[in-house]
Design a protein around this ligand. Structure first.
Ligand code: ATP
Length: 248
């Protein structure tokens, strides 16, 4: 049990969720290493949500609300850390959830699907029940996707993504919204919107924003999406990381 008085309590709780995810067969061992990479960047951000991440969350909400067929893609880390918010957003947008893994195995996909369970209900596209298709230009098993899900999506939320698939989906004309603490990753640089924040902090915010902005007129959402500049957000994140480091 983690002591709430520990100075790094928050970070330890998140780690515990992930190691538990490994025990349950949801998260891969490599997922722990990927989380370590994320933690390093979060440390440089002072482990807080910055204004540039808030503006990316706004834009992400606008793009998702404007799209005709949004889909939320989940991997093992996202499922262990934020599944409740993925389900919440799927319900608000009335859109599908698809499990898609870099370190793919049929068993792990099913374990995650069972973990999401009844709470996800009809929003979860169960891998065994749908026709698959291949996203061209990807070496990993992540190229295999559900035709009715990511295959037909015009906008995809992809937390903790790998750069290959992000680029390939962008090349297919999809609007890609990434959550990635590393502003230098290929994913961060190729997505239309990159939320440079910890998934555990930004997913609750994204759910709130989508619910709030659902009432906005289309013209207002279009203005938010048009004015959003991902390159500027990446620059601001890099600046914030250097500033925090130099002002300790
Ligand atoms: P790319 O292929 O895009 O260049 P990569 O190979 O560094 O990126 P992976 O190891 O496939 O990326 O994925 C892990 C990514 O997820 C890292 O960029 C890491 O910063 C990010 N990440 C890990 N944990 C979190 C988290 N809790 N919240 C947000 N981002 C995270």
């Amino acid at each position: 049990m983690t002591d709430p008085n520990h100075p790094r309590y928050f970070s330890l709780v998140v780690r515990e969720k992930l190691t538990n995810g490994v025990r349950l067969g949801i998260t891969s061992i490599s997922g722990l290493i990927a989380h370590g990479r994320g933690e390093a960047f979060d440390y440089l951000l002072g482990e807080r949500t910055h204004p540039f991440a808030k503006s990316a969350v706004n834009a992400a909400a606008a793009f998702l609300l404007l799209s005709e067929k949004p889909v939320l893609s989940l991997n093992g880390n996202a499922a262990a850390l934020s599944s409740a918010y993925f389900i919440k957003i799927a319900k608000i947008l009335d859109c599908p959830l698809e499990v898609n893994l870099y370190h793919h195995s049929k068993k792990r996909v099913e374990t995650i699907e069972n973990f999401l369970g009844e709470k996800a209900g009809r929003h979860l596209l169960k891998s065994s029940k749908y026709e698959k298709m291949v996203i061209p230009g990807i070496a990993s098993r992540r190229k295999i996707t559900i035709r009715e899900g990511i295959g037909k999506a015009d906008c995809v939320l992809v937390p903790l993504e790998d750069g290959d698939r992000c680029r390939a989906m962008t090349a297919m004309g999809k609007t890609v919204i990434a959550i990635d603490l590393n502003p230098l990753s290929r994913t961060a640089r190729s997505a239309r919107v990159t939320i440079i924040d910890n998934i555990v902090r930004c997913m609750p915010q994204l759910a709130l924003k989508i619910a709030e902005m659902k009432k906005f007129p289309r013209s207002r959402l279009e203005k938010i999406s048009k004015n959003y500049d991902n390159r500027l957000v990446i620059k601001q994140a890099l600046k914030a990381m250097c500033y925090h480091k130099n002002n300790e």
